[in-house]
Structure formats: C-alpha cells, structure tokens
Design a protein around this ligand. Sequence first.
Ligand SMILES: Cc1ncc(COP(=O)(O)O)c(C=O)c1O
Length: 405
Amino acid sequence: MSTAPDIISRKKDFPGLVTVSGDEWHYLDTAATAQKPQEVIDAVANALGRDYATVHRGVYSRSAEMTLAYEAARRKVAGFVGGKEEEIVFTRGATEAINLVAATWGAANLAQGDRILLSVLEHHSNIVPWQLIAERTGAQIDVCPLTEDGRIDLDAAEEMLDERHKLVAFAHVSNVLGSHIDARRAADLAHAVGAKILLDGCQAVPRLAVDVAALDCDFYAFSAHKLYGPTGIGALWARSEILDAMPPYQGGGSMIDRVTFERTTYAPPPQRFEAGTPAISEAIGFGAAVDYVSSIGLDAIERHENVLVGQLRDALRGMNDVSLFGPDDAAGIVSFALDGIHPHDLGTILDEANVAIRAGHHCAQPLMDHLGVPATARASFGIYSDADDVAALLSGIERTKRIFG
Ligand SMILES: Cc1ncc(COP(=O)(O)O)c(C=O)c1O
C-alpha cells in the first residue's frame, strides 16, 4: 500500500509498539486506550522519581515545585480544549467526570417530571450515571435515534426536545462507529429549550480539535489515556458559573475551606471537586500528552486518521461478506462484522499475526441491539498507525476467512 502524504510516521516515539519477541505489533485498539509516547513515559517517571512530592500542602520547595507542575498540567489541559484553568476538574477519567456531573449537578437540578436526552449510541459511561440519578430524582430518560449512517439524529433531537428537558448528554464521537455530531447544533438545540448539554469527548479529543467555547457546551468529559496519556486521570470541563453553583462530589481533604463539627465550608472550584491527595504523576503525564499531541497538531492527526479510515473502509467494502458500520467520514474508528465469523474468533486469529483489534460490545450494548449484532470487530487508529497496520489487518481477515472455509 502506498503511503499518502497525510500519513504521520510516529511509530518510533512509542516503545510499546513491539511484541516481546521484538516483532512489529499492529496495534489497532487505540479507541480502547492509546499507546504512550516516550515523552509521556519520561514525564511520569520523573514525577514519580526525581521530582516526587505531594502538592498543595508542603512548605518545602520540592512540594511547591510539584504544585506548580500539577497546576501547569491543569492549564495545559484547559488550553487544549479552549477552557480556563479554573474550569478543569481532574477526575479519574471520563467515567468519573460524567458521574460527578450526574451526582452533583444532577442531584441539585433534576426532579420528578424532568427529562434527560441521551442517544442510542452512547457508551455505558454516558447512560448508567443518568439512570442512577434518574432513579434518585424521578427524572425520565429519552433516547434520541440515529440516522441511517449511524449519527445521532439531530433533526429527531430537535423534535423530541421540550422545556421538560434539563439535560442533553451526547457522545461527540462514537466509540463504536466513529460518527461525530455537529456539537454546536446540539448545544443550540439544548439551549433553545433551556437544557444544559454534556458532551462525552472521550473519542473526540484524540482526533478532532475541540474548543468548548466555540461548541458552546456546558460540560465536556474526557480521559487522558485515550489521548496518549496515563490511565487514572481525566478531566471534566464545565462552565465557571455552573461549577460555582455545584455542590461537592466527595468529601475529604483539599476540597474544604474550613471544617468544624458544626459546619464545613468548601473550597471554590476546581478544588471543591478534588477531595484527597490527587493523581499527581498522572496529571503531569496528562500535561505531557497534551504537549505531545499539540506539537503534532490535531488537524494533522485528523487528516492522518481519515486516510487510514478511508483505506480500510474501501478495502472492507470490496469484500462481499463483510458488514461495515458507521459513516464514511468516521473519525479514526471502523466497526465491521464478517458473515458467519464471531468477532472474538477474528480477534483471536488476528492476534496470532500480531494484529490487535477490539471485539465485543464496546460498552455500548444498546447500540449493538440497534445494529442487530451481539458484537462487532473494531479497528481504531492513532498517531502511530500506518498503511502497514491496515495491510496486516486485511491479510489477517483473509486468513481468518480461509480458516473458517
Ligand atoms: C465514548 C466513550 N465514553 C466514555 C468512555 C469511558 O472512558 P474511561 O473508561 O476512560 O472513563 C469511553 C471509553 O471507552 C468512551 O469511548
């Protein structure tokens, strides 16, 4: 396969892309979690070693320096999505960010008779927290359908929304189909009926330039590990005035202003939502990942992934025993199924050829029900993916088909 000019060659930055025996590993599971560049690995190692100390409390210089580094990471993450540093709450990941909004904003703002609009393609992380808070508050959940090609149908959303809706929570990019929405239109639709909008940006931030101000959303949730950063850290961006009015999430150290047994007052955001000693080295690794991605540029990353998605979709479309899901302009993610071959069997046989894909329901069981399949095979690309990975996948698919006759 020829290498298109838009392809970025960054494999050498990623020490994880070889097998234990030193062979090339065709890693096509970046939507689950991205491999880490050496820059991020070094940043985390230094934060845990040479530079390690606690943050926010120490009177000694190492702790003061660590606090500066931790808060610098927050500034980088905020700048990366077009927000202000006081609007970034560090969480364990997108899952915790969404749970935080549901448990605090949701508990304070939802009541019997209110409605929440989700969509068919949401990840369980953007379904179950809303079900939990709906059970507690008596709010009801509505589900927006998809278009033929697997996008959240915003025309249908417009028809469904009314003043009973207090929240719209949509994936910016689907983790199964790679489909993306016109997030600005979704925000305008939500605001037109007085609802807030939360965007699950987990699969968007690694592949599309995101500017929360331009999107005019209210909450934006994402995870560092899908953005070439460490696990155990992510971010909730929320508008200042909304965060200011939100009650605390968890109680403990760092989130307070003054504690007495009679009455406790709380720190302003973002500290109000970061109880306990934070994930210090992870936050610094998150900042390093943002630096790394920014040095390449999301426009270049988007073009790079579009080329690979196009190559793979064209090749799969040329096979007559393949169902291909999602739209042609999918962002970095291609889901498909081979007739008569379970995706798990395909994944296992591909593994023998050092090709790693994801096979399963991708934490999106309602979407699987909608597609009428128990599972799909999913290949997802990253900065390090190239035409060799696509070729290895295609030859593994042909081999699997031969094995299954
Ligand atoms: C669209 C989407 N939302 C939410 C999540 C949850 O992210 P995490 O497990 O990092 O909290 C994922 C992870 O697969 C995802 O793809």
